[in-house]
Write a protein of this length. Sequence first.
Length: 210
Amino acid sequence: MSKRSAKQEAILEYLTEFLDEHGYPPSIREIQDACGLSSTSVVDYNLRAMEQKGLIRRDRDVSRGIEIVGRSRTQGVRLVPLMGTIAAGDPIPVPESEGWTRAPEEDVEVLESRLRGREQVYALRVKGESMIDAMINDGDVVIIEHRSMAEPGEQIVAWLKDRGETTLKEFRPEGDRVRLQPKNPTMEPIYVDPENLEIQGAVLEVIHAF
């Protein structure tokens, strides 16, 4: 095995620490910031060199697809299917009104402890900025528990039947209507008749984009 450079030693140490803490690999940007590297291209160059030396394996078709050779996968990690994109701004049409039944785009690795024992979970990528005050930003991935009921104040995946649209908002029932509240003071809430609303799940966890 070829000798490792100082940069590669630092990357390998950070990969190990990050995996121990989170149960999934860091992003390229996280490696850049943590190891004090000048650009993501420098990170990629060193990762390719480490791959050639047999230190790591990379799956470029999977987000954060880095594995340390000779290290077993962290226990307590589940692969959650990423089922598409949801708007956290104005609602956008989705292909199916009956639910998320199509094949996933990819799988997202999530610690079991973050799933809180829930079994029916899936992931959606967020598009829009209406939930920024809830720390859900454009490009983030939300982990959703699939269920049809929610408590007031929960962040839900809301299917608006009459519009054929879905959106991510805070659930606020108000008598004979439901207020779907954005968490952005510049945006107005959506008011819907409960008959026109189908809850498709509630947010369990947010994986932030970098």
